[in-house]
Design a protein around this ligand. Structure first.
Ligand code: B16
Ligand code: MG
Length: 218
């Protein structure tokens, strides 16, 4: 079989850490005297930590000194990590292991392309660290999604041409990044928000092995 590169986003694709980001951001906003809704949290998906705090401060009409900004960033991450500490393999989203197993069996390249600076820690917690031949996360990039940098570095790590790579993404910016990288984009979520992806599935339970096989052989 052909060897392709399969690049996975983390939050929203492999695990649902968005709920922990939300709890941590909400508690920070409450400390600053306002609240954030689940709808607002949607807009933070795939967005870097710094940019997320800038957006949240905008919602609350707050400005902070650089020192206070850094303090709140660290506080949010400590809170987030207290949730991550409780994670185990049970938090891997349904049927993700099925797809990963199939890709391993057929010896495809498997990489991670995430905006999170905590990605390695999370993969270890859920027992998937060894599955990824290449890991590119928020520590490795200078330009955030929708810039294609994260996926282009992942393709390099897998020693694959971008056109031989397939990206699984749940965020609007991430799908745009995959498209700009010249890769096949697979949106995980709703057609309404991810209509610009080459394919969209609600989650991995909708992805058949025969579909992955087609991607490998194209
Ligand atoms: P951290 P992904 C993204 O992960 C999250 O979707 C986003 O909400 C978060 O702000 C970002 O990682 C940074 O995370 O604070 O852990 O560095 O979807 O790109 O895997
Ligand atoms: Mg994501």
């Amino acid at each position: 079989m052909n060897k392709k590169g399969f690049i996975f986003d983390l939050d929203g694709v492999i695990v649902d850490t968005a709920k922990y980001h939300y709890l941590a951001w909400k508690s920070l906003a409450n400390e600053l005297g306002f609240d954030i809704s689940l709808e607002q949290n949607e807009q933070l998906k795939g967005v870097s930590r710094v940019r997320s705090l800038e957006i949240i401060l905008g919602w609350g009409n707050k400005t902070l000194s650089q020192e206070a900004f850094d303090k709140y960033m660290a506080e949010k991450n400590d809170n987030y990590l207290s949730h991550i500490a409780q994670m185990d393999a049970g938090e891997i989203l349904p049927d993700v292991p099925k797809t990963l197993n199939y890709l391993q069996e057929t010896q495809q390249g498997i990489a991670l392309g995430s905006a999170s600076k905590n990605a390695r820690k999370i993969l270890r917690k859920v027992g998937l660290f060894e599955v990824f031949e290449g890991i590119v996360d928020g520590n490795d990039v200078s330009k955030a999604k929708p810039d294609p940098e994260v996926f282009l570095i992942a393709a390099e790590k897998l020693d694959k041409k971008p056109t031989d790579c397939i990206v699984f993404e749940d965020s609007v910016a991430g799908v745009t990044a995959a498209n700009s990288a010249g890769m096949i984009s697979i949106g995980i979520g709703s057609e309404d928000t991810l209509g610009h992806a080459d394919y969209v599935f609600k989650d991995f339970t909708e992805i058949q092995t025969s579909f992955i096989e087609e991607l490998i052989n194209r």
